[in-house]
Design a protein around this ligand. Structure first.
Ligand code: HMG
Ligand code: MG
Length: 315
């Protein structure tokens, strides 16, 4: 990756996770056609990777039960990879049939969270992921893995850096193309994040490590900047700051895509994504589900647009 201003990466790949991580936590059912419209708007905005569905037990996460319909009805843009979460072979088969371009296995650096989220120990989860990883390779699908609770756990509390790098090493052995370091409950602070990223990049190649930050404690943008300084070039974000985690009480959404884009573009880092279109997508989904837009940049730009319409006498 070429070095840009102040040694930061010149280009960043942003993975939009709002349609999955964001909507999975909405209390009221979001119809499939709204999910489809959201994914379409995001792909038109230029995201090269959109986490669009989750093939998990509908009893555990009812909001994601319509993943097959969403994957069937979205407009497929050739430059976009549409990903789906797959905790086991049952999920993998469904994702394959639905035409996912990338499957995501998801484990944790905390035993307690692994039990709560996927009902098994870390070791058992690796054994479950083994056939999924082989099947993904055999089917020519990209394989991504997510490590939850990398900065702290809602049940266990502190999570040692070593626990994160141990799981990253296990995922590396499974042949993953990409590994996400996830701050599920948003507790990380910049120097801690750098220590975790440095340990992760000893266990897996730097270019394949992604940062997935929830913004519960308002640290996500600072943690992304700290990760950029550590050479990380892939980040996850959620349009309008949608989301949370059904098994991490009180966790708020992922950092808002609009906020990350504004910061990256301000740093002179290319993303290939049109911020204005993402702001439109954020306004669309916030209105469709009756939720306040949690993106500071989204709200500021929408207000500015309103003000300029007033100034030229359009309203
Ligand atoms: P289990 O109960 O141990 O599984 O759950 P099981 O194999 O014993 O099956 C029990 C039932 O679930 C059976 O149905 C299966 O058919 C069904 P029944 O016979 O009782 O009617 N089942 C499935 N149905 C649909 N799709 C499947 C599937 N697998 C089993 N793939 C399991 C284990 C992993 C399935 C369950 O714990 C589960 O679905 N967990 C999902 C939890 C989840 O989705 N969490 C949110 C996503 S992770 C996240 O948000 C974190 C992340 O953003 C990073 C971060 O921020 O930390 C990625
Ligand atoms: Mg998450």
């Amino acid at each position: 990756m070429a070095s840009g201003l102040h040694g930061l990466p010149a280009r960043v790949r942003l993975v939009e996770v709002g349609p999955r991580d964001g909507l999975q936590n909405e209390p009221q059912y979001v119809p499939a056609n709204v999910k489809v419209e959201l994914v379409n708007r995001l792909s038109r905005a230029g995201f090269a990777n959109i986490e669009s569905a989750s093939f998990v037990s509908p009893r555990w996460v009812p909001q994601m039960a319509d993943g097959a319909a969403v994957m069937r009805d979205i407009e497929r843009r050739p430059a976009t990879v549409y990903s789906a979460l797959t905790p086991n072979m049952q999920g993998f088969e469904a994702a394959l049939q639905a035409g996912a371009g990338e499957v995501v296995i998801f484990g944790a650096a905390s035993e307690a969270f692994s039990q709560r989220n996927i009902n098994c120990s870390i070791e058992e989860s690796i054994q479950r992921f083994l056939p999924v990883s082989k099947a993904a390779k055999a089917s020519g699908l990209r394989l991504r893995a997510s490590v939850s609770c990398a900065m702290g756990c809602p049940i266990q509390g502190d999570v040692p850096v070593r626990a994160v790098s141990d799981v990253v090493a296990r995922f590396a052995d499974l042949g993953c193309d990409e590994i996400d370091i996830a701050d599920t409950i948003g507790v990380g602070t910049p120097r801690h994040v750098q220590a975790v990223m440095e340990a992760a990049t000893k266990a897996f190649r730097l270019e394949g490590i992604a940062g997935h930050f929830h913004d519960t404690y308002g640290q996500a943008l600072a943690n992304i900047l700290a990760s950029l300084e550590a050479g990380i070039g892939i980040f996850h974000s959620s349009v309008a700051g949608l989301g949370g985690c059904p098994y991490a009480k009180g966790a708020t959404g992922n950092v808002a895509s609009e906020d990350v884009l504004y910061m990256l573009h301000g740093l002179g880092i290319e993303t290939g994504i049109d911020l204005d279109r993402v702001v439109d997508a954020g306004a669309y989904i916030s209105e469709a589900i009756g939720r306040e837009n949690a993106s500071r940049v989204g709200r500021a730009l929408l207000t500015r647009r309103g003000d300029s319409l007033d100034t030229v006498g359009c309203r």
